[in-house]
Design a protein around this ligand. Sequence first.
Ligand code: MN
Length: 241
Amino acid sequence: MTLKEYRKKRDFKVTPEPSGDGGGDKGKAARLIYVVQKHRATQLHYDFRLEWNGTLLSWAVPKGPSVDPSVKRLAMQVEDHPIDYANFEGVIPEGEYGGGTVMVWDKGSWEPESPDVDAALKKGDLKFVLHGSKLKGSWVLVRTRGFGSSSGRSSWLLIKHRDQFASDRDIAADEPRSALTNRLLADIARDEGGDAEKAATGDPSAKKAGTGLPAAEKAASSGARKSKKPAVRKRQRSSSR
Ligand code: MN
């Protein structure tokens, strides 16, 4: 509430100052950080992180989170990251660990639904609520046996629970931009001296010649489909007679 005026005076797409909704201000000090970083490294993946016991518990989700409760996304647990990492958006130099472009895809806070988080993590069944700008509502991380267990990394499934925030839309494709800066991966790479061409392969528009006009293209192609349909049907009818 007290940050209202501060925010009103600033355009956070332009200034590097903190907007104060990242959990860093006093009013939110008790909240646990939640962040998803979209990372175009050797393979594109989404790093899903939850603050717990002073660090960020981290899982690499190759396909990214899905808000569709019928979709289970593989989440490989990786090393804990420092709390400060939650604000990292930029370029990791090629040749370094995780070399490539990192975007803060979603950010906010989380609340455990499991009464004892440490016990839930040990058991491999953590229920929680997300308060992000993209991901909201109730979720679960469930540890699975099998794939990855021999490598020392444990594999989990990230699943949306059914609630008012569940949907069958593809949120990773629909909302490809940074929650912090509204940039695409290619924009971040270009701004921070990274490989913009490689980064662009993680952006949805890269599939469409990199024009950045997916809405217009979608409209044009659906129009073309509509006009073709009657002709195809007519041909089928006449050939069957
Ligand atoms: Mn990563």
